[in-house]
Design a protein around this ligand. Structure first.
Ligand SMILES: C[S@@+](CC[C@H](N)C(=O)[O-])C[C@H]1O[C@@H](n2cnc3c(N)ncnc32)[C@H](O)[C@@H]1O
Length: 277
């Protein structure tokens, strides 16, 4: 990947293929250990299920993307609003981006997380799932979230730690637990919970699987960090990815070293009398 390259629209999501049957098979593959995202995906779903227990009232999902976790929250809150930011959302799967009807069902409000189009204390809960790393000025974003969350309300955050560059060039940061604590506390939140997603074994398995796909199974590395699979090499490499994923999934269950992990899930509470910077 040429890190200096300018953004262009991806021709497809994470992996491209031409025929629709292939696309359907590809969608199935992405949910299986044949995908290097398998462990991350299942950890994220578990994390969201856990975070949903802390959601209430009026909720904003900042950088909602394709709204993949709405199912966990909608039954627990009074209102669930998804916000997306056009300049970056243009990097989303064009199958979604090019369908205005579908887009309208996913995104309620268009705006920038660094200047949220809402009044102070409008929400009981704000979710920022895997988006803070895409914000060039994360302090501005967390300050805005603090502004729109009611005192006593919750900020639910997930961030990746060990993950390849993605949505390039809109990928700016990785956060450690201390980094998360520092940034949310700077803006008047207190951390209630920081939980790693997976551990060293999961991070190693995911990284090795990404490497296998990128170096041995890819016919093209896209500008945004995603890959197109080679139809000739992928059938030989994906079984290796499967074995790698399952092996490291077993290792994950046998170890508890969290010096590396896939990422973190965070519950933070807006202080009742917060002085924010
Ligand atoms: C990795 S995706 C995560 C999407 C979704 N939250 C999920 O977990 O599947 C990051 C999202 O953040 C959005 N984003 C990036 N910069 C943003 C900004 N300044 N304001 C609002 N959303 C932004 C992107 O458009 C993208 O949908």
């Amino acid at each position: 990947m040429d890190l200096r390259q300018q953004p262009k629209r991806a021709t497809q999501g994470v992996v491209t293929s031409r025929a629709s049957l292939l696309q359907r098979l590809n969608a199935l593959r992405k949910r299986s250990p044949f995908s290097p995202y398998w462990m991350e995906r299942s950890w994220l779903r578990r994390a969201m299920e856990g975070l949903s227990h802390h959601a209430s009232g009026r909720m904003l999902d900042v950088g909602c993307g394709e709204r993949p976790y709405a199912e966990f929250f909608e039954s627990r809150v009074e209102q669930y609003l998804g916000l997306e930011y056009p300049p970056v959302a243009d990097n989303l799967n064009p199958d979604v981006w090019n369908q205005p009807e579908l887009l309208r069902s996913l995104v309620d409000v268009w705006g920038d997380a660094q200047r949220l189009p809402f009044a102070d204390a409008s929400f009981d809960t704000v979710l920022a799932a895997e988006m803070l790393e895409h914000i060039p000025a994360p302090d501005a974003c967390v300050a805005e979230i603090a502004r729109v969350v009611k005192p006593g309300g919750r900020f639910l955050l997930t961030v990746p730690l060990i993950a390849p560059l993605h949505q390039w060039p809109f990928d700016f940061y990785r956060y450690t637990p201390k980094g998360i604590e520092a940034i949310v506390e700077r803006h008047g939140f207190e951390v209630e919970l920081i939980t790693p997603r997976g551990n060293f074994a999961s991070a190693t398995g995911a990284t090795l699987s990404h490497w296998l796909v990128r170096s041995l199974a890819a016919s093209k590395l896209h500008h945004d960090g995603s890959v197109a699979l080679s139809r000739w090499r992928a059938p030989f490499v994906l079984p290796l990815v499967f074995v790698t994923q399952v092996f490291f999934w077993i290792c994950e269950h046998l170890s508890n070293d969290t010096a590396a992990s896939l990422g973190y899930s965070v519950v933070a509470r807006r202080k009742l009398s917060a002085s924010t910077k």
